[in-house]
Design a protein around this ligand. Structure first.
Ligand code: IPE
Ligand code: IPE
Ligand code: MG
Length: 306
């Protein structure tokens, strides 16, 4: 069996907490609380499968428009349960935690302080890089990069994909290989727009609080079945194309592959059809020129359109 290279960067849109709670007749916040087990599961899965980078979408720049109680619950929940209690455990497993997202005066100082402490404590770890997208928006990340280039007076001709990427909030954040979204929605919701340019997208119906490592492994299986081409041909298709070109050249060395190959018709029939079409076009042109000449010679008729 061919060895399978794990995705280097898995990004996860953890969606479906509210629906999970509502299905049980509970407040939406119960769904957020139940998400703790799922966060442990995705972390375990990434560590077991030797993923290098894991980015979790915790709170989007658009999530501020939710009811105030839910927003403040999410802020407390993040510091107390995701970062607070788990930091030591993450540290002992070699997880480096990083914050990905903009500053905002609405974020309580306690939340920012805890996140920064966790970043500091885990900064020398290298088994798994865990970025928490908190108050994160893909468009904002792009705007920040553009602002920084302008502020530093970088000339237009020096702006390339590489120089641009260096201005993003975490410049070393690699392209996403696998983007996983739970909760059944098929959209990006402003997540990692730059980094997902060539991501393989996997959408699962499972609601986030029900997510377990088996779901993570399933997503990876789907990923391994994908053929990533990055705009080129994959080696198998390139070999087929080369074989097909060689066989056309043997059959008819003087012919560039033409309509016969495109339509999949035997060469003799296609070339007969081509000749018939060409003859028809020539006849039509000859008839049209004749009609125009006769019309313009009729007395009292101008050759100019009125
Ligand atoms: C994702 O679950 C968690 C956050 C956005 C913080 P939702 O809260 O969006 O759950 P649904 O989509 O309403 O079920
Ligand atoms: C995306 O989920 C944000 C997070 C998971 C943090 P949303 O539930 O906010 O996305 P939409 O509103 O359905 O697009
Ligand atoms: Mg949602």
């Amino acid at each position: 069996m061919t060895p399978r290279t794990p995705p280097r960067h898995v990004a996860c849109i953890m969606d479906g907490n509210g629906r999970w709670a509502q299905h049980r007749g509970l407040e939406r916040t119960h769904g957020h609380m139940a998400a703790r087990t799922a966060i442990e599961a995705v972390l375990d899965g990434a560590l077991q499968e030797k993923v290098e980078w894991l980015t979790l979408f915790v709170f989007s720049t658009e999530n501020w428009s939710r009811p105030e109680e839910e927003v403040s619950f999410l802020m407390r929940f993040l510091t107390q349960h995701v970062v607070g209690r788990e930091t030591q455990h993450m540290d002992s497993r070699g997880v480096r935690l990083r914050l990905l997202g903009g500053a905002d005066s609405r974020i309580p100082a306690e939340v920012t302080d805890r996140l920064r402490e966790a970043e500091e404590l885990t900064r020398d770890n290298s088994t798994l890089q865990l970025s928490l997208a908190f108050n994160y928006g893909g468009r904002q990340d792009l705007c920040e990069a553009a602002r920084s280039l302008v502020a530093q007076g970088v000339p237009a001709e020096e702006i390339t994909a590489e120089t641009f990427a260096q201005r993003m909030q975490i410049p070393e954040l690699p392209d996403v290989d696998l983007l996983l979204r739970t909760g059944g929605e098929h959209r990006l919701s402003n997540f990692l727009l730059w980094h997902c340019a060539y991501a393989e997208l996997v959408f699962l119906d499972v609601l986030w609080p029900d997510f377990r490592t088996s779901h993570f492994r399933h997503a990876l299986e789907l990923y391994y079945q994908r053929r990533r081409r990055f705009g080129a041909l994959d080696p198998a298709d390139a070999a087929d194309a080369a074989d097909a070109a060689a066989s056309v050249a043997v059959e008819s060395p003087a012919l560039v592959p033409g309509p016969a190959t495109l339509l999949g018709l035997p060469t003799a029939i296609a070339s007969h059809l081509g000749t018939a079409l060409w003859d028809g076009l020539r006849e039509t042109a000859r008839f049209t020129v004749h009609q125009l000449t006769t019309e313009s010679k009729k007395p009292g008729r101008s050759s100019r359109p009125s």
